[in-house]
Design a protein. Structure first.
Length: 279
């Protein structure tokens, strides 16, 4: 009998906890009670039409059961009190210490936080580095690697701020972690300039006006600075290693890197924002 009572207390405690903590539990109990109420109503009507003797007998059985229960409680008062505490304590503790009264359907995320992206989302505002002297962009290597580079725009203010902050973060990481100083070769590009570059052939660009993210201020071409000179060509092992690091950092910040294209453009990154370019 004692084992049966403890088992009943445990089942009842689990049922009450399920009902309190889970909405589906409360809904199930309410549906059961509603159904039971309807069935009891129908049975009560039927009992009223039955013979008076049967109704009295049923009432007597109920009274006998209630008396037996009362007697059991009196004989095992301490056990009943302990059982009531065991039943009420778990739901009470759950209500007191839980932040919510219902349990969520998802576990906490265990993914590693990207500190680089987090710093951007926290509102960190980076400023562009000092502009390089114009003569740097007319050196022989620069002119050979990048046609019409001298007339390119390097005005950070003409680019989209969301892209600018990511690119500046890339510059910061490349310098502080990897020792590469970077410079922007070209940012915003007008439709007329895009057409002029496309006219030079596929070796320069395949994109015509409004087919490049440069026209929307969402792309830039960058290179490295070493000893006051631009290093653009990936044939330089030092620069090639830098481009690989540059691509990794850029992609970690949600940018698209041109080094993965069929026509590779190692210094190019862009931020593809939905609804901007209509292809």
């Amino acid at each position: 009998m004692w084992l049966l009572a403890v088992s009943a207390y445990f089942v009842l405690a689990c049922g009450i906890s399920w009902m309190i903590l889970f909405p589906s539990g409360r809904e199930f109990v309410m549906n059961v009670l509603a159904g039971a109420g309807q069935r009891l109503g129908r049975r009560a009507g039927a009992l009223a039409r039955r013979r008076l003797g049967e109704a009295v007998a049923i009432t007597g059985q109920g009274a006998a059961a209630a008396g037996a229960l009362t007697g059991f409680v009196r004989r095992h008062l301490l056990a009943c009190v302990a059982g009531a505490v065991l039943i009420g304590l778990p739901p009470l503790l759950a209500l007191l210490f839980a932040q919510r009264t219902t349990l969520g359907g998802y576990e906490s995320s265990t993914r590693e936080v990207n500190d680089q992206v987090a710093s951007l989302l926290q509102g960190e505002q980076l400023v562009p580095p000092p502009a390089l002297p114009p003569l740097v962009f007319v050196q022989a290597e620069a002119a050979r690697e990048r046609p019409m580079l001298a007339s390119a725009s390097r005005d950070w203010a003409l680019m989209n701020d969301a892209y600018t902050q990511r690119l500046l973060k890339v510059f910061q990481i490349m310098k502080e972690r990897h020792g590469y100083e970077m410079a922007i070769l070209e940012g915003y590009r007008s439709p007329a300039r895009q057409e002029a570059l496309a006219a030079l052939g596929p070796g320069v660009t395949n994109a015509k006006a409004y087919q490049s993210w440069h026209q929307y201020g969402l792309a830039a071409d960058c290179a490295f600075v070493r000893d006051g000179r631009l290093v653009i060509s990936e044939k330089d092992p030092w620069a090639m290693r830098g481009y690989q690091l540059y691509g990794e950092v850029a992609e970690s910040l949600g940018l698209t890197w041109g080094g993965r294209w069929k026509m590779m453009d190692f210094g190019h990154t862009e931020l593809r924002m939905p609804g901007v370019m209509k292809r």
